[in-house]
Design a protein around this ligand. Structure first.
Ligand code: DGJ
Length: 466
């Protein structure tokens, strides 16, 4: 007897919807397709890894990855330590961090060498020309110490210049009522350079308010971590910064705007983004022109990330909480090979602590922690981010996978004398904690920051066309 089956229809794929063997066939085809897709993406990833390995074997990369070791001896125990050092773990054995925080330490010069060893582009520095000396004083083209702490760098293709913005801290250090060391706001400084080594002082581009005590920029408040990006649509340079009162209870972001990279910037307003506390922060401009704010929130226990409006003057209502419960601050975000990376610090005031690298496929997360990026120096150098705290990661145009990690070696006894620790950062190789796997291949590459007592960018780097 012929079975009637009016419902059976042939689909456009030629698959008979009622057939008993059709469902497994479809599932197997799908599995096959997915396997092929993964095989392709794995191959693609392997190609990328090999490409990066090839670049990393180039002599200029190898020079950046030379690891230098340090063997700093802790001096024998002595009388009373400075209160700042004594307050920390009074009963435990003295560590190098205690020595670092003790302004009377006999090895103070190791962390804060004096002016005689300053990097001075106004003098004939002979063989040391173009070399970075992390931790040494660094002078501008007028012979004055560069004052651009907690800063960041913007490359401006219009003027073909790098602009370094930071906190101008050249005043006395006070202790605020809650015991935190601070300086009065003087303003945001700007320095310009073509080669990232010789810096010309362009002056204070956003100045403190002297008279109006209710103004965010009144000198008695706090202005930290200024960052500037350019908005192609409006033709404006937009600055975001951490705005606070002397006791860090306001916890807000401030925004300023200018027609020129060298200012003057007009202060627009401050707010708590998305209605949340915001302390250490950064902004990041993606390749597609979208910009994002990242800030430490909820008592610094988590970071928040969200896109800025098209004009970069505000946040949008979209926000994601990331690294929740991890207590990270000083975020510095960068991108390599369609992956987003971020370096953060722990939360120990001005005292140094361990940096961590994080990675994400989408900027809005999820973000994963991939390990401590610091290599070389010593165990203590690794655990203290080379006695410094990150502030920005600058891509080195023309040198794939290469960046400069910019950090501040804070001097809480005299904040104006805080130093800069710039080191090469390279993305490549397998991560230490590759939590995420993609068919046996870790999704993230290692982020490595190499300690150097002295180092320079590969020769001819500044002539590379951007
Ligand atoms: C750590 C932050 O990263 C710095 O910017 C500054 O706010 C200090 N804390 C203040 O203690």
């Amino acid at each position: 007897m012929r079975m009637r089956n009016k419902q059976r229809k042939t689909t456009i794929l030629g698959w008979n919807a009622g057939s008993r063997c059709s469902m497994p066939t479809l599932i197997w085809s799908l599995v096959g397709f997915l396997l092929l897709l993964h095989f392709y993406s794995t191959l693609h990833k392997t190609d990328k890894v090999e490409e990066t390995q090839l670049q990393m074997s180039h002599p200029s990369f190898q020079e950046l990855q030379v690891v230098e070791e340090e063997n700093i001896q802790i001096p024998p125990p002595r009388g009373r330590r400075s209160p700042r050092a004594a307050k920390r773990r009074p009963k435990k054995k003295t560590t190098l961090i205690d020595e670092f925080l003790d302004e009377n330490s006999p090895i103070r010069h190791v962390f804060f060498p004096d002016r005689r060893s300053a990097v001075d582009p106004t003098k004939d520095t002979g063989n040391d020309s173009s070399y970075y000396f992390p931790g040494r004083m660094w002078l501008d083209t007028e012979g004055n110490p560069i004052q651009a702490h907690g800063g960041g760098i913007m490359y401006d293709p219009r003027s073909r210049m790098y602009y370094w913005y930071g906190e101008y801290k050249d005043g006395p250090t006070f202790i605020a009522p809650k015991g935190i060391a601070r300086v009065d706001i003087i303003g945001v400084s700007c320095y310009s350079s073509k080669n990232l080594w010789t810096w010309r002082n362009e002056g204070i581009v956003l100045a403190a308010e002297e008279a109006n005590e209710t103004h965010d920029l009144h000198k008695s408040n706090v202005l930290e971590r200024p960052k500037v990006i350019y908005n192609e649509k409006t033709g404006k340079y937009v600055m975001w910064m951490h705005i606070d009162d002397a006791n860090y209870t306001k916890a807000a972001v401030g925004v300023a705007i200018s027609d020129y990279p060298t200012g003057p910037f007009d202060y627009v307003f401050s707010k708590q983004p998305h209605g949340f506390e915001s302390r250490d922060m950064t902004i990041f401009k993606d390749d597609d022109g979208m910009a994002y704010l990242v800030y430490s929130s909820e008592d610094n226990s988590e970071l928040h990330i969200g896109p800025l409006t098209e004009d970069y003057l505000d946040v949008t209502p979209v926000m994601k909480k990331i690294l929740v419960g991890q207590h990270r601050e000083a975020p510095a975000l960068f991108k390599h090979d369609e992956t987003y990376y971020m370096i953060t610090s722990g939360c120990t005031g001005w005292a140094p602590n361990e940096a961590l690298a994080h990675a994400a496929e989408s900027i809005m997360g999820p973000w994963e922690t991939v390990g401590n990026p610091c290599i070389g120096g010593s165990k203590m150098f690794k655990l203290t981010t080379f006695f410094a705290q990150g502030t920005f990661v600058l891509p080195l145009a023309g040198l794939p996978a290469s960046f400069i990690f910019m950090a501040d070696r804070w001097n809480p006894a005299d904040l104006r004398d805080s130093r800069y620790v710039w080191l090469p950062l390279i993305v490549g190789g397998p991560a230490d904690w590759p939590l995420e796997y993609n068919f046996g291949f870790p999704s993230w590459s290692r982020v490595s920051i190499y300690w150097h007592r002295k180092w320079r960018l590969p020769s001819g780097w500044s002539d590379i066309k951007r």
